[in-house]
Design a protein around this ligand. Sequence first.
Ligand SMILES: O=P(O)(O)OC[C@H]1O[C@H](OP(=O)(O)OP(=O)(O)O)[C@H](O)[C@@H]1O
Ligand code: HPA
Ligand SMILES: [Mg+2]
Length: 198
Amino acid sequence: MVVVARRYSSCMDAKDLGDELSKILVTEEQLRTRLAEMARQIEADYPADRPPLLVGVLKGAVMVMADLARELRFHAEMDWMAVSSYGASTKSSGVVRILKDLDTALEGRDVLIVEDIIDSGLTLAWLKENLESRGAKSVRICTMLRKPDAAKVEVDVAYVGFDIPTDFVVGYGLDYAERYRNLRDVGVLAPHVYAGED
Ligand SMILES: O=P(O)(O)OC[C@H]1O[C@H](OP(=O)(O)OP(=O)(O)O)[C@H](O)[C@@H]1O
Ligand code: HPA
Ligand SMILES: [Mg+2]
């Protein structure tokens, strides 16, 4: 009993962050409920005997991938790419760099990219094209969050959890300078935290 209490009190909670968040945007409960709905949609769209290869985009998509894969009622084969365009900033550099490539060959595969957020769209537009060029049979995108008003390029997204305002958000995998990824909810980062950034 004592061990359980200690475990839960050490989880990162929005109320422990003081004024670092200006508000909670999507709660852990809302994320869980929406993810289950998305999983049912994905199961309905792919034949049971040909499930897609899930490609998670490190590092932000770790939480979505872990939760989505466990929610899906088919064998969820997973692979990972690491790309980065934000670094320790709230603005995209516009340059997508591959930091880790897939281990899996994609010829003839149905691929489902799993992402935490589509902001400018630059990362996903680039990644979708990159995976298609490897001979995948189909490439679809599943993202937990999307900022429609921030789009710099159009990206065709098959599964979206929540459309959100343009504010910089953290939690549920999303970071600012590698912090806040293990926050259970998604919150808006208070501007004073990144004040001074150019
Ligand atoms: O639509 P965009 O403007 O391209 O932004 C979305 C991308 O930015 C974030 O990754 P980031 O580059 O911060 O790497 P990380 O996942 O390791 O945090 C996020 O996880 C997406 O991959
Ligand atoms: O709002 C955001 N928060 C964290 N990482 C991000 N990468 C793109 N947009 C965001
Ligand atoms: Mg990031």
